[in-house]
Design a protein around this ligand. Structure first.
Ligand code: 5GP
Length: 144
């Protein structure tokens, strides 16, 4: 199978262009990070390259390197902000790989001993709750 073309109408492309809101955590010249609106754990974050790529199959190497470096930063911030015992990093590719939004992204999920991830319910989290989580992460990033 060949990887389909990038579609610039995907929801994360719209977030990157500022056309729809998000709870932003971090931004640099190549990457952008914000909270998942349907978190599987409090603090569930998403890290994206700014340049368009559908997933890991078509991303340019320097964008992948940049997004990996930012994923590490967010993972460290999550450990502090959520007093986590660990972090799960997940990255899905194509429908068979569980991908639903077609702009490359890494999930970064705080983990606590004995606590499973929440199932995907399709329900958006409370906006004020997400705002508080984003603030905690931005604060933690200052010490990274
Ligand atoms: P995928 O299955 O493609 O790896 O993950 C897509 C993720 O995007 C899901 O965890 C879903 O909750 C999240 N998501 C979908 N729509 C939006 C949105 O409009 N805003 C945010 N912040 N996250 C979204």
């Amino acid at each position: 199978m060949t990887t389909p073309q990038y579609d610039d109408q995907n929801i994360f492309a719209k977030i990157l262009r500022g056309e729809i809101p998000c709870h932003k955590i971090y931004e640099d010249d190549k990457t952008f990070a914000f909270l998942d609106v349907m978190p599987k754990a409090d603090g569930h974050s998403l890290v994206l390259p700014k340049n368009p790529s559908r997933n890991i199959l078509d991303v340019a190497e320097d964008d992948l390197n940049a997004v990996t470096a930012t994923t590490q930063k967010i993972a460290k911030a999550i450990m502090i902000a959520f007093e986590a015992d660990g972090v799960t990093v997940q990255q899905n590719n194509e429908p068979a790989g569980g991908q639903e939004v077609y702009h490359l992204h890494f999930h970064v999920l705080p983990r606590h001993e004995g606590l499973p991830l929440r199932p995907q319910t399709g329900k958006m989290a409370d906006n004020d709750l997400l705002a508080g989580h984003a603030e905690k992460l931005r604060e933690a990033l200052k010490s990274i």
